[in-house]
Write a protein that binds this ligand. Structure first.
Ligand SMILES: Cc1cc2nc3c(=O)[nH]c(=O)nc-3n(C[C@H](O)[C@H](O)[C@H](O)COP(=O)(O)OP(=O)(O)OC[C@H]3O[C@@H](n4cnc5c(N)ncnc54)[C@H](O)[C@@H]3O)c2cc1C
Length: 373
């Protein structure tokens, strides 16, 4: 790692420490999805840490994906409340940068980097989750723009976002994967309804988004009309290739490591040591993916591999913490029992969100087949 990245790491760590010491957040598991605080995101923006890889002309920091990895790793390590800007920083901004017109880039990227615009992700539908090509939401031409009609489900933070990324069907084609198009949708536009879905913990982060002839200007199409499938597949490498697929339970792992520091059973020390070794290997894969992105590649299969191995690891952190400490999970408590409860409640979703294990394994296997062909 260069000194430059070390310095960046220390700056992010200091900021997270300051906020935590001031009682402005408490480290929680799954903070990148559940820890929503627009003030924290604004602070990140003031430091130039949202859109850190984007060109300066679009409000970005002009730095590498390795720099972004350093920032995200420190935030995940701290369990900081980053959900407000996470989706836009991770994948919508990069998608607009890669496929959007210069006009679309100018319109959105600086406002995302300033945390003035926040995005949620409108991909999944009731009959289109793992099978995303089954999307039924439609976008039809209306004068110089489009009208979107349909419903999206499991949309994290739609109720707190200013805009949505929406994958919609704009036409037919030989294959189901043809005729899909990516749009930016203003959630304040007429015809948008956002309904809450309350999860098992009684929390509201999921939503259903209903679109009833929602007007969208033509300039808000991301990339080519009808070529959305290829674009979204590439976008998934941003979604799957980050350390949030490895470190959702890091605050729990840290508490677990502290609990075995002195005089623990050898089996417990060995189990925690094994987790630490696996974390080191997974971090290495994430670094390689960031380097691939810096080289202009879309490491779709390697990202699928990281997500599969990472989510398996995250789940095992929770299971190991349970047997090693014998702690009773307590969602209303503090310290390790609270982190354990958060990990247990979030764990079923680890391997589902962003692509289920079976789908990822198929992708990875096809990659290997490519290699031997
Ligand atoms: C915490 C969380 C946050 C989410 N946030 C968002 C969001 O913000 N935006 C968004 O668009 N979506 C979001 N999702 C939705 C998520 O992407 C979908 O749940 C996921 O793609 C799975 O789709 P599904 O729920 O329809 O399950 P299904 O596709 O019905 O899959 C259910 C199970 O069936 C099996 N299965 C499915 N397909 C295959 C196959 N081809 N081969 C073998 N087995 C298979 C698997 O075991 C799979 O787990 C979120 C989900 C979670 C858990």
């Amino acid at each position: 790692m260069t000194d430059d990245l070390d310095e960046l790491r220390q700056q992010v760590r200091d900021l997270a420490d300051r906020w935590q010491a001031a009682g402005r957040f408490r480290p929680v598991c799954d903070a990148w999805l559940r820890g929503h605080d627009i003030e924290f995101s604004k602070e990140m923006a003031r430091h130039g840490w949202i859109g850190i890889t984007w060109p300066r002309e679009y409000g970005g920091g002009g730095r590498s994906n390795l720099a972004r990895l350093v920032v995200t790793e420190e935030l995940l390590r701290a369990g900081a409340p980053v959900a407000a800007h996470w989706i836009a920083d991770r994948q919508i901004g990069p998608a607009i940068l890669r496929y959007g017109t210069p006009q679309l880039r100018r319109e959105f990227l600086p406002r995302i980097a300033a945390a003035d615009v926040t995005f949620c992700l409108g991909m999944s539908e009731t009959e289109a989750g793992s099978d995303l090509a089954a999307v039924r939401t439609t976008a039809t031409r209306d004068g110089s723009g489009w009208r979107i009609t349909g419903a999206k489900v499991w949309t994290s933070h739609a109720h707190r976002s200013s805009h949505a990324y929406v994958l919609a069907r704009t036409g037919g084609g030989e294959r189901r994967h043809d005729g899909l198009t990516e749009f930016v949708v203003d959630l304040a536009a007429p015809g948008v309804t956002v309904r809450p879905i309350i999860d098992l913990q009684g929390e509201h982060h999921f939503n259903e988004m209903i679109f009833d002839g929602v007007p969208v200007p033509d300039r808000w199409v991301i990339g080519e009309v009808g070529r959305g499938w290829r674009q979204v597949t590439e976008q998934l490498s941003f979604e799957r290739g980050g350390l949030e697929r490895v470190m959702s339970t890091y605050p729990l792992l840290r508490a677990l490591a502290r609990s075995v520091a002195d005089g623990a059973e050898p089996a417990a020390v060995e189990a925690v040591g094994e987790l630490a070794a696996r974390l080191a290997a997974l971090r290495r894969i994430a670094w390689e993916i960031a380097a691939d992105l810096d080289a202009g590649a879309a490491p779709v299969r390697r990202a699928a591999l990281l997500k599969h191995l990472g989510t398996t690891f995250e789940r095992e952190v929770t299971e190991t913490a349970r047997w090693v400490t014998g702690a009773r999970p307590d969602p209303t408590g503090d310290g390790l029992p609270a982190l354990l409860a958060q990990g247990i409640l979030a764990a079923p979703g680890f391997s589902i969100r962003g692509g289920t294990t079976e789908v990822l394994l198929t992708l990875i296997a096809r990659g290997e087949a490519d290699l031997v062909r």
